[in-house]
Design a protein around this ligand. Structure first.
Ligand SMILES: [Zn+2]
Length: 352
């Protein structure tokens, strides 16, 4: 269905949509975007047109990812910084296609396996040898296990340091147990997570609990445990699955629908971005593509989002916030509004 829809999109319609997305991002204070492109979800023309438009428009920067198995050369030719993104190891919980070790509570089936650990290993080896970041979409515990086994096989073959240096990346990483979290830390994997998924589908009564049973659903999206283990955590939207919404994303992480697992909090605190050696970031980068953005406190009524290469957003926050230097992120309350967005010294958005 997606292929049919994309086939009917004219170049003009696509450009209009891409312009609108870049404009919206700038209004929201987003200085750089990651485009997870691939043969299954977009096209080479779509990615190259977007990268050219971003260059020409001088708005938010766009970092492209190309999710095609083994296609390191194609990724490079298209101008992508990573060979990954939506390179599907499995599907999604909602459609019973995330790959699970034990069956879904409401279907009795185990999900879909699109890639094996051996295929993951071949891709990661090719990327590591080419000095390019690899990435995968993996949601279920069995899919994440395949990623870990594949990456570990490459570490055994090419050396752990070579693998860690590329900061290979996993989109979603939702049903990850303690052993998986430890493996992410050991192998230097970045978890690119979507807190809005938990806000939409987490909690005792949510869709995850329906699909997995309440007990297994509690282990979904272990943001705080990943940070405690020192795994770099990149917060994203998976737009259009959930909306571009930077502060809503931070709020969804800080108010995880499962407040704690065992005695440990499942809610990372926005006050401690560097806790336990881990870090939160609005984005994550391939090596060589600059450092990740970081959130930093500037003044009681304003917050600066800043990266070393000068992506800056100037925010208005509710001065009645009880937490000096941080906006009040209480669910239901107003979120900071972006007043201005500056990318590499250029103003790409100015409110009013
Ligand atoms: Zn995905």
């Amino acid at each position: 269905m997606r292929a049919a829809a994309l086939a009917h999109l004219s170049a003009g319609q696509r450009e209009a949509a891409q312009r609108a997305a870049l404009r919206r991002a700038a209004e929201l204070g987003i200085g750089s975007l990651h485009e997870c492109a691939g043969p299954a979800i977009s096209s080479p023309e779509d990615l190259t047109a977007l990268l050219a438009l971003a260059e020409q428009e001088q708005g938010p920067e766009v970092f492209g990812y190309w999710g095609e198995l083994g296609a390191v050369d194609t990724a490079r030719r298209l101008g992508a910084v990573g060979a990954g993104g939506d390179l599907f190891v499995d599907g999604a919980i909602g459609s019973h296609t995330a790959c699970l070790h034990s069956p879904y509570a409401d279907s009795g089936r185990g999900g879909a396996e699109y890639l094996t650990a051996e295929q993951v290993a071949d891709h990661v080896a090719a990327c590591t040898e080419a000095g390019m970041q690899a990435g995968f979409h993996a949601i279920g515990d069995a899919a994440l296990d395949a990623v870990v086994r594949g990456v570990r096989a490459v570490a055994d073959r090419l050396g752990l340091a070579a693998v860690r240096a590329l900061r290979h990346r996993v989109e979603h990483a939702e049903l990850l147990d303690a052993a998986g979290i430890a493996a992410f830390a050991e192998l230097g994997l970045t978890a690119s997570v979507q807190p809005a998924f938990d806000a939409a589908w987490g909690g005792a009564e949510g869709m995850y609990a329906t699909r997995l049973g309440a007990e297994r659903a509690r282990a979904m999206n272990p943001f705080a445990a990943l940070l405690r283990a020192g795994v770099p955590l990149a917060l994203g939207s998976d737009a259009p699955v959930t909306a571009l919404d930077p502060w809503g994303t931070v709020r969804a992480a800080a108010f995880h629908r499962t407040p704690s697992t065992g005695s440990r909090s499942a809610r990372p605190s926005p006050r401690t971005p560097g806790a336990a050696g881990g870090r939160w970031a609005g984005t994550t980068r391939a090596p060589g593509a600059g450092a990740p953005a970081s959130y930093a406190v500037w003044a009681p009524a304003e917050l600066l989002v800043q990266a070393p290469d000068q992506r800056v957003a100037n925010w208005s926050t509710d001065p009645r916030s009880g937490v000096p230097g941080l906006p009040d992120l209480t669910p239901g309350g107003p979120l900071p509004q972006c007043l201005a967005t500056v990318v590499r010294g250029r103003t790409v958005h100015m409110a009013g």
